[in-house]
Design a protein around this ligand. Structure first.
Ligand code: ADP
Ligand code: MG
Length: 396
């Protein structure tokens, strides 16, 4: 993997150059108003660096899922206003993506000025990675910088195609993702411990397979644990369990044994009567779930078992909550594991959308080394897949 060898903005000579920057401005909106501008804030370091170094900036992003045609509901106008506020200067919004308005504004740019293209998904060629559209993006600029980590698993014209026609580099946001996550996978501080949870084994097969090759310990919690329970002949009651994945679960455990990987699953559980927030619940001192009950969190002994493994870790990669952490009665396992990671002093990396949300909600965000900004992209990264939006960037 050449992930650690990609050019970064600091390797480019940007003075006086028009730089097309693919950002992730896919902000949360309600009735035309931005309800969280975190993604805009996350993009600022790269943008400010380029301004300070005399580049002419052409920013672009998608927003929502317009269907390849102009739709005012998905206009970048609120993003342009938000950016203007943070940068303390006007960010002009083109009225099209690569048309006359975009071309005229780009031709007029002076050093340190910033413009924003309309929603790239107004162009039908965007999601089809159409070469004609990629060439039109390239014609606007001299250089291309990719900083939308949340979109690098998609081969679209503005995330991948355009890089074939311009010298390219990654921005600071992607650089950090590559350094921290890439570093943990390619050259980890050991022991490397993976904590995997969430609802389903089938969502995480690729992640488990890739991590078995690299980890010293794999910890399994959350709903997916019950498929492993069943595969080992234990009772699972009405727990979420993928009966068509039992052979796979057995294969994964055999592989771990073969590789000498420590493979931990829960030894006690918190169970509920029904899948709802205020259901009757209790802790059982057993790794067998009684009839008519479902496992909704790991138990206290398991918390201690998992925490002990985490204490000695050099690096922890975490994806997937240990239980239904959205509900207070079933959040203790996830909280305990988050606490153990925070106390461990290990390099800690959180991947996955729901995992990142859980960590933030439970108040551990600033205790982690790195919370990936891309849900789907971080999972594919942990699977060891080649990400088109990174593969296309020039090497140093
Ligand atoms: P991520 O988005 O971080 O990859 P997932 O989507 O795989 O994480 O998993 C998160 C979901 O798993 C949460 O909605 C959580 O409620 C659910 N979950 C965790 N444990 C259980 C369980 N024991 N039974 C049912 N659902 C669970
Ligand atoms: Mg999820």
């Amino acid at each position: 993997m050449g992930n650690l060898n990609k050019k970064t903005v600091e390797n480019l000579d940007v003075k006086g150059k028009k730089v097309l920057v693919r950002c992730d401005f896919n902000v949360k909106m309600e009735n035309g108003v931005i309800t969280s501008d975190k993604r805009v804030v996350a993009a600022l370091p790269t943008i400010k660096y380029l301004i300070e170094n005399g580049a002419k900036l052409i920013l672009c992003s998608h927003l929502g899922r317009p269907k390849g045609e102009f739709n005012p509901e998905f206009s970048m106008k609120p993003v342009a206003e938000c950016l203007s506020k943070y940068l303390g200067r006007e960010v002009k919004l083109a009225s099209d993506v690569v048309g006359e308005s975009a071309q005229a504004l780009a031709a007029d740019l002076k050093e340190g000025e910033v413009m924003l293209l309309e929603n790239v998904r107004f162009e039908p060629g965007e999601t089809k990675n159409c070469p004609e559209l990629s060439k039109k993006f390239a014609a606007l600029a001299d250089l291309y910088v990719s900083d939308a980590f949340g979109s690098v698993h998609r081969a679209h014209a503005s995330t991948a195609g355009v890089a074939a026609y311009l010298p390219s580099a990654v921005g600071f946001l992607i650089q950090k993702e590559l350094e921290v996550m890439g570093g943990a996978l390619e050259n980890p501080v050991r022991p490397l411990v993976a904590v995997l949870g969430g609802a389903k084994v089938s969502d995480k097969i690729g992640v488990i397979e890739n991590l078995i090759e690299k980890c010293d310990t794999i910890i399994i919690g959350g709903g997916m644990a019950y498929t492993f329970f069943k595969a080992l002949g234990k009772e699972v009651g009405t727990s979420i369990c993928e009966y068509d994945k039992l052979d796979l679960a057995r294969d994964l455990m055999a592989k771990a044994r073969e590789k000498g990987v420590n493979f931990l699953i829960p030894v006690d559980n918190v169970i509920g009567k029904e899948y709802k927030e205020d259901t009757l619940f209790m802790r059982i001192y057993s790794d067998s779930i009684p009839d008519g009950w479902m496992g909704l969190d790991i138990g206290k002994t398991t918390q201690e078992l998992f925490s002990k493994s985490i204490q000695g870790a050099g690096t922890v990669i975490w994806n997937g909550p240990m239980g239904v952490s959205e509900w207070e009665n079933f959040a203790a396992g996830t909280t305990a594991v988050a606490q153990a990671i925070a106390d461990s002093g290990a390099i800690s990396i959180i991947g996955g959308g729901d995992s990142a949300a859980a960590i933030k909600k439970l108040g551990f965000a600033d205790k982690m080394t790195h919370i990936s900004t891309g849900g789907g992209a971080s999972l594919e990264f942990l699977e060891g897949k080649e990400l088109p939006g990174i593969a296309c960037i020039s090497e140093k």
